[in-house]
Ligand binder design. Structure first.
Ligand SMILES: Cc1cc2nc3c(=O)[nH]c(=O)nc-3n(C[C@H](O)[C@H](O)[C@H](O)COP(=O)(O)OP(=O)(O)OC[C@H]3O[C@@H](n4cnc5c(N)ncnc54)[C@H](O)[C@@H]3O)c2cc1C
Length: 310
């Protein structure tokens, strides 16, 4: 079987992709390319890659400047599959590689299966309302993969393999400065419990009541897109859904959220979903494990009392 490549923005994502590559191409050699230094490359080998290349963030050029070297290597090595993280940088690299290699590229592919002539991949349509199954014949197939799509394998420090790097092409874009993003207030992706705020919480001041519930439950607070993007009540990192965070908590409590497909996509892997929505027929209630069809303002204070008393 031909090699499977993984190209990752960071080490945790490389672990996810390595686990994905191992499950898709049982027995295939996994070659990793990871943003970072030699230590990162070695860590990906510990997580399942046979060989790893580190691609340090250049001081005065974009990281995507490694794409020409990656394309040259892919032309020579002809990997059957290239899995990339869905981060902005890797999506840019995916597009460049697909263009240079004249290869099919799938965004956020699922259920990836290697076939004799190429691969079959599932992707979402209409904001998650439908799933499209595609089969392609191609020497190399590219697929971007979400950060949580595969469970990373435990690291085995005794594993070893060749480590290298690739040259950076001089491109037309120069980086004149970088500044860190404002610190993210919550790590929803890692949260065990999340309470989600929707437009049913009509007043910004009422967020405090929902935060009390989250505190009682030991949960983080997330929201639907309008709360972050239109009302600006919470940072954009806090909205959950197809274009926001995709989370996998043990418990998700949706407060005043209608549960449109674009939001549900981000919580569909939650173990238990509880919805509080006054509209009994709302999608959120219908798709929840438990729902309370009532005004959240009547329910949430009682829940807080019950949880604190328990
Ligand atoms: C391309 C695209 C991408 C998108 N991506 C995302 C995404 O990533 N994440 C996301 O969240 N959205 C996304 N959206 C928007 C999405 O389609 C919905 O519009 C959005 O999720 C609705 O947010 P909501 O549930 O908070 O508001 P609403 O749909 O307005 O729902 C509010 C709910 O609150 C209930 N309610 C009202 N008052 C009360 C009360 N007092 N007590 C209890 N319940 C009450 C209502 O019955 C209603 O069901 C996207 C849309 C598009 C087109």
């Amino acid at each position: 079987m031909r090699d499977i490549w993984i190209i990752a923005e960071n080490l945790p994502w490389a672990g996810t992709l390595a686990a994905g590559a191992a499950s898709i191409g049982k027995g295939a050699k996994i070659v990793a390319f990871v943003n970072g230094d030699e230590a990162e490359a070695k860590a990906v080998i510990a997580q399942g890659a046979a060989e790893a290349f580190y691609l340090p963030l250049p001081a005065a050029a974009p990281w995507e400047g490694y794409a020409p070297a990656l394309a040259e290597k892919a032309k020579a090595d002809k990997p059957a599959l290239i899995l990339l993280s869905t981060s902005r940088r890797c999506r840019d690299v995916a597009a460049q590689l697909a263009a240079v290699l004249d290869a099919p590229c799938f965004s956020e592919g699922k259920n990836i299966v290697l076939t004799e002539s190429g691969a079959s991949v599932e992707t979402m349509l209409y904001g998650g309302l439908a799933v499209k199954s595609s089969s392609v014949s191609a020497e190399t197939v590219l697929v971007t993969v979400g950060a949580k799509d595969f469970e990373p394998l435990p690291a085995d420090a005794s594993r070893s393999g060749p480590v290298g790097t690739l040259p950076l092409a001089a491109g037309p874009v120069a980086v004149v400065g970088r500044k860190p993003r404002a610190a993210q207030t919550v790590d929803l992706a890692a949260a065990v419990k999340v309470v989600g705020v929707g437009r049913g919480v009509a007043e910004e001041g009422d967020l405090a009541i929902v935060r009390d519930l989250a505190e009682a439950l030991g949960a983080e607070v997330g929201c639907s897109r309008p709360i972050a993007e239109f009302f600006k009540w919470m940072p954009e990192e806090c909205y959950i859904g197809i274009s926001g965070q995709q989370i996998k908590p043990q418990l998700y409590v949706a407060v005043g959220i209608s549960g449109q497909a674009q939001h549900y996509f981000g919580i569909r892997d939650a173990k238990t979903i509880v919805s509080i929505n006054k509209d009994k027929e709302s999608l959120m209630n219908q798709n929840a494990d438990y729902f309370i069809a009532a005004d959240w303002k009547a329910v949430v204070p009682e829940l807080i009392k019950a949880v604190r008393g328990a």
